[in-house]
Design a protein around this ligand. Structure first.
Ligand SMILES: [Fe+2]
Ligand SMILES: [Fe+2]
Length: 208
């Protein structure tokens, strides 16, 4: 199946326009979604390692926890919306994609626990370590199983278009804030027909 533009699902009810003329900086060529995701994965693991290496009472952890949230949540929402949902819409193994969703939920549950424990200055390192383990496990599966499945069904051109949509969406998630992000995660999991009607209902509702 050829992936139509725009992509079948986008969070915040937005259809994703892609700009295939946009150039990326990887050796003067175009970046595929896999490279963009890997780049974020490295960054996220670095931030978590940096956090774990801090002393118990180092206040810099507040900055790092915020940075971890700002890296993890936009990455996950944009990845679900652009990559996972496009993968679900083609003839690919849906189970590994759903497993990926599940791990996103687990990681964000740990992130919320970390935010609370951090503020109360208790046991934050144990939670941060758990989060690093969960994220590392997820990244490993994503970069092997999910990427392999995706490479079977997407052309390089499609992988480049997804990369552009992914990079466009991340700052929007950050800008919109995270209040609606759990709802978006649920909407991202729904079949496109239902997801669209829920979004339309939400938009109509807000205007009253
Ligand atoms: Fe990822
Ligand atoms: Fe992921």
């Amino acid at each position: 199946m050829k992936i139509g533009k725009p992509f079948p699902l986008g969070i915040f009810g937005q259809r994703l326009a892609t700009n295939s003329s946009q150039e990326h900086s990887n050796k003067g060529g175009f970046m595929e979604i896999y490279e963009a995701l890997k780049k974020d994965h490295v960054e996220l693991k670095q931030l978590l390692n940096e956090l774990i290496a801090l002393k118990d009472d180092d206040d810099y952890r507040y900055v790092l926890v915020e940075e971890i949230r700002n890296a993890l949540v936009p990455h996950s929402r944009a990845e679900e919306s652009v990559f996972y949902n496009t993968l679900r819409s083609v003839n690919a193994d849906k189970n590994i994609v759903f497993h990926g969703y599940q791990e996103h939920m687990e990681a964000e549950g740990l992130l919320r626990t970390l935010q609370v424990m951090d503020k109360m200055n208790m046991g934050w390192r144990a939670v941060a370590t758990k989060l690093l383990e969960a994220v590392s496990h997820h990244i490993q599966e994503e970069e092997t199983e999910i990427f392999a499945e995706a490479r079977k069904v997407f052309t390089s051109e499609e992988a480049i278009a997804m990369c552009e949509a992914f990079e466009e969406l991340k700052p929007k998630v950050l800008k919109e804030g995270f209040l609606g992000t759990t709802a978006d995660m649920v909407i991202n999991l729904m079949p496109p027909r239902l997801a669209d009607s829920i979004r339309n209902f939400g938009q109509g509702h807000q205007s009253h």
